[in-house]
Write a protein that binds this ligand. Structure first.
Ligand code: ZN
Ligand code: ZN
Length: 414
């Protein structure tokens, strides 16, 4: 089994907020074998080791809300890309994420098992992917990109790789759709439980799916040993989803205190995606976001920052999400800056490591630098606990990046 030894590591424990200097990390295969004091390591091993020279070593970051195949900011246009082109266009998006230090992502609609296999086997450089397959949307919901003037024949959306969602209605049909997505390799099920910004026919306050449908979706996901994540903005939509058993709420910009308390009672997570509203507002028109949808952004953009405070005060666990589209993918790390401005550096870091790992049901194997975890390691020039900006941009301050025990960026002397 491939073994790698790295010395002079300043290992960051994100939850404790402490830096342990001069550690030696032993990596065996895809996993961390041990994190040790140098005195406990055979000097011959140390002699041949990589030298981190005091760089901060933190766990690879996790983004719990991305769309790997959303290469066009106009989702309706993205939805009709030829499958091969949609696939090829996702390749630089995936590489960019890994470059910025995101070694794991949960895809909220679009990526499937094949894309996850491509990065897992190293065929394509990119993060480990937890795919949702196609998100489920009701007719006229957030995943229905047909225009009003279409003849509403059965939607061909489930055949298109570039379509992040599929349209499905009725209890029996949603059950079948969940079973199909699970069969095709979805690791969790995504639903559109309220109106959204980037879709043509559904104002934010619309609800998505009936309660019967949501309960059926949750039951099918549960039967397959997994859970449901729901796109939802308003208190009404969030409360309904949580009451029906949804485990993670995506966006949640209009969250109020009562709803936050209810989320805590039900053990639900919030995955805010603040950066995407900045990107849509600032760069949407330039990159082809539909002009007729721009008015939807203001209604959720400012409220989203307040939702961070409300959720934090109530004790709702919050994981990192970015939800960027098209050319704005490169702004992914700016979500850290927004979180840090509102909640501080440590909360921002926890969101993208330990809390995100809990969302993925991988608390011991992802988001931590310790024995038995996957060897997903970032070697950072600077301490992000003190200055979150070292993680911004396109990974310029990441001197080396390891994913699954293999170097993606091999910047350490040996
Ligand atoms: Zn959404
Ligand atoms: Zn999304």
């Amino acid at each position: 089994m491939r073994q790698t030894v790295i010395k002079h590591c300043a290992v960051l424990d994100v939850d404790q907020g402490i830096l342990s200097r001069d550690r030696v990390i032993l990596v065996s295969g895809q996993r961390i074998e041990a994190v040790l004091d140098p005195a406990a390591v055979d000097p011959r091993l140390l002699a041949g080791a990589y030298d981190a020279a005091g760089l901060t070593v933190m766990p690879g970051m996790i983004d719990c809300h991305v769309h790997c195949v959303a290469s066009d900011m106009n989702l309706a246009r993205n939805a009709v890309l030829p499958n091969m082109l949609a696939c090829f266009r996702s390749i630089p998006i995936l590489r960019g994420m890994l470059n910025r230090g995101f070694t794991t992502v949960r895809d909220a609609g679009g990526a499937d098992w094949s894309l996850a296999q491509a990065t897992e086997t190293g065929l394509v450089a990119g993060p480990r992917i937890f795919p949702s397959g196609r998100a489920l949307s009701q007719t006229g919901g957030h995943g229905d990109f047909r225009v009003r003037s279409d003849i509403l024949e059965p939607c061909g959306c489930s055949m298109r790789l570039g379509n992040i969602a599929r349209v499905v209605d009725g209890v029996d049909n949603v059950r079948l759709a969940v079973r199909e997505e699970i069969l095709k390799g979805a690791t969790q099920i995504k639903i559109m439980a309220s109106g959204g910004v980037a879709s043509p026919n559904d104002p934010i306050h619309y609800l998505g799916f009936s309660e019967d449908e949501i309960r059926a979706i949750v039951a099918e996901a549960d039967g397959a040993g997994t859970y449901v994540m729901a796109h939802a903005y308003t208190p009404r939509a969030i409360q309904r989803a949580v009451r029906c058993g949804v485990r993670t709420i995506e966006h949640g910009n209009l969250l109020d205190e009562e709803t936050a308390r209810m989320m805590v009672e039900h053990g639900a997570f919030l995955v805010p995606t603040s950066v995407t509203y900045e990107a849509l507002a600032n760069d949407g028109p330039r990159f082809g976001f539909p002009a007729e949808l721009m008015h939807k952004i203001d209604g959720v953009r400012t409220a989203g920052r307040e939702a961070l405070r409300i959720a934090h005060r109530a004790g709702v666990p919050m994981a990192f999400g970015s939800d960027l589209l098209g050319e704005t993918h490169e702004q992914q790390s700016n979500e850290l800056l927004i979180r840090a401005e509102v909640l501080g550096n440590q909360e921002a870091l926890r969101a993208t490591t330990t809390v995100a790992a809990r969302v993925l049901n991988q608390p011991d194997t992802l988001g931590v630098v310790r024995a038995d975890a996957y060897a997903d390691l970032l070697f950072v020039d600077g301490n992000p606990l003190e200055d979150i900006r070292v993680l911004l941009g396109q990974g310029e301050r990441l001197k080396a990046i390891m994913k699954n025990g293999a170097w993606f960026k091999e910047g350490l002397a040996s």
